[in-house]
Write a protein that binds this ligand. Structure first.
Ligand SMILES: Nc1ncnc2c1ncn2[C@@H]1O[C@H](COP(=O)(O)OP(=O)(O)OP(=O)(O)O)[C@@H](O)[C@H]1O
Ligand SMILES: [Mg+2]
Length: 270
């Protein structure tokens, strides 16, 4: 095996399924890598990622979003923007990580996932490892790297979860979403029992409903997994969210004074 290949294999081994979790930890990094994920799909990950990114930027942080929802990406659609390059160009090795970033609103940079591209579903281990190690190159230029993933327990998603400093796990009050969130917590905690997982309940009907779910999830994680789950907070159901999606402009910008924007602001500051 050549030196280069050997190096790559090590990166992939350490980043994809860390045998020694401490190796994947913050060590020399300066940027916070936050991976936004969920068990069930459609719970609000992309909306939370995008609006939280803008909130963090308004707080003075340098923020980049990596849309890695392989095949079904949509940060660019939510922004009503088309980008010159996407994740596809990066994965194919035709562009580097700096070249594929696009200027979004409020100084937020983003990597577009490249919607509907079949080949991304077949991304191999080496390509994935290379991409994840490429994220390290953004470290000095940004304060926060937000990674928006697809839903579920796929290998791709797990790789981004394991590479993160913190996982923002989104669920809704639906029992199916909660069960899937718990399944994900179980899987992550088995791989790394020190991983920081912070839960957000989205589309809640009331603060009480959300807080009850957060408490229950923390309790069962403690009891059955001996895992310390963190409760980040909640966002209530709000018609402004789908409206902003239709208008292709983040609600945090269109409706900055709304309750939902205030809730995002609060989550971003936590
Ligand atoms: N707080 C909310 N109130 C009302 N509707 C919401 C809220 N959050 C998200 N939605 C709606 O839920 C739908 C899914 O949102 P979004 O695309 O952000 O979810 P996702 O988790 O990224 O989905 P996917 O798993 O497909 O990537 C959208 O139609 C969005 O408008
Ligand atoms: Mg999404």
């Amino acid at each position: 095996m050549s030196d280069q290949a050997e190096k790559l294999r090590k990166i992939v081994d350490n980043l994809i399924i860390p045998e020694h979790p401490e190796k994947g930890s913050k060590a020399n990094r300066s940027a916070r890598v936050l991976t936004v994920t969920s068990g069930k799909g459609g719970v609000g990950k992309t909306n939370i990622t995008l609006n939280m990114a803008i909130a963090l930027s308004k707080m003075g942080l340098r923020v980049v979003i990596l849309d890695v929802d392989f095949g079904l990406a949509n940060i660019d659609v939510m922004l009503g923007m088309s980008t010159k390059y996407t994740l596809v160009d990066l994965i194919r090795g035709e562009r580097n990580i700096f070249e594929v970033l696009t200027d979004g609103p409020d100084n937020v940079k983003f990597l577009s996932g490249g919607s509907g591209v079949e080949e991304l579903l077949q991304i191999d281990r080496a390509q994935l490892g290379k991409f994840i190690s490429g994220i390290g190159l953004l470290d000095k230029l940004y304060d926060v790297i937000l990674i928006d993933t697809g839903a579920g327990l796929s290998r791709n998603v797990m790789s981004f979860v394991m590479a993160a400093d913190e996982v923002l796990l989104v669920t809704t009050p639906e029992p199916t979403a909660i069960t899937d969130a718990y399944a994900l917590i179980k899987m992550i905690s088995r791989r790394d029992r020190h991983k920081i997982i912070r839960v957000i309940v989205n589309k809640a009907d009331s603060p009480k409903e959300a807080n009850d779910i957060l408490s229950k999830l923390a309790l069962v994680s403690e009891k059955f997994l001996s895992f310390n789950l963190q409760k980040l907070g909640y966002i209530l159901y709000d018609e402004l969210v789908p409206r902003a999606v239709k208008e292709q402009k983040p609600f945090f910008l269109s409706y900055p004074k709304s309750h939902v924007s205030q809730q995002i602001w609060q989550l971003a500051g936590s």
